[in-house]
Design a protein around this ligand. Structure first.
Ligand code: URA
Length: 228
């Protein structure tokens, strides 16, 4: 059984404590990461700098799944280090979730882009590319065994829950899934950054924070449910 533990901290955040996993599971995740470095399962590797594998503890109780690395992530080799990542970190902090409790990854591990002058513009991955990359996501889920998986945006939600889900209608719902005790979805932080009106942007950020607060409460609650 998954044993996520959560406790309030001095700084007001909730440290959702790490599960006691087998030492070997961290090594296995590292092995999967090494394998993914040479991935040629779809053509996206050809124009990307590198595979951007997930980051975080192999015992994190919460896994957040984005769409694909952006320009900054492609260069850095780490997920969510660019503007969307900064907003996500702010939302996590406001929701009281410690970053140490989170494993960050993407549905697709290579940056898909199209040139626009000197810039590399994000291009949405297609169904085949998402499906080709699903192997790595499944292996990450299997190794991390999170209590809660949160799909950020439509691509991740489609990859994890099927094409029928809708962000506006289904956000914050708990889906029954073999992937984890709690699987849910919320808006992608990039969509918040793209919202032109500042009041609407602030509202969208508050909704994201609220959704994440619910996830923290589920994970916290599941620990208490599991107590003898
Ligand atoms: N957007 C994503 O979906 N993932 C990242 O890693 C960065 C931006």
């Amino acid at each position: 059984m998954l044993a996520a533990r959560a406790s309030p901290r001095m700084d007001g955040t909730v440290m959702v404590a790490l599960k006691k996993g087998k030492k070997g599971s961290a090594r296995s995740l590292a092995a999967v990461r090494r394998e993914a470095e040479g991935c040629r399962r779809c053509p996206l590797w050809k124009h990307a700098t590198q595979t951007v594998f997930g980051a975080g503890s192999s015992r994190a109780p919460i896994m957040l799944v984005g769409e694909q690395p952006g320009d900054a992530e492609d260069r850095a080799g780490e997920p969510f280090v660019g503007p969307a990542g900064q907003l996500l970190r702010r939302a996590l902090s406001e929701a009281g979730i410690d970053l140490a409790s989170v494993y960050l990854t993407n549905a697709v591990k290579h940056f898909k882009w199209t040139p626009r002058g000197k810039r590399r513009l994000h291009e949405r991955p297609n169904h085949e590319e998402v499906m080709a990359c699903r192997l790595w996501l499944d292996l990450e889920i299997e190794r991390v065994r999170p209590t809660a998986i949160v799909a950020l945006g439509a691509t991740a939600a489609g990859a994890l829950l099927g094409a029928g889900v809708r962000i506006g209608r289904d956000r914050r719902k708990k889906f029954t899934s073999p992937l984890a005790p709690f699987v849910t979805l919320t808006a992608h932080p990039s969509s918040i950054l793209r919202t032109p009106d500042s009041a609407a942007r602030a509202r969208a950020l508050r909704q994201l924070v609220d959704d994440l607060r619910h996830v923290a409460a589920w994970v916290h609650g599941s620990k208490h449910d599991a107590q003898p």
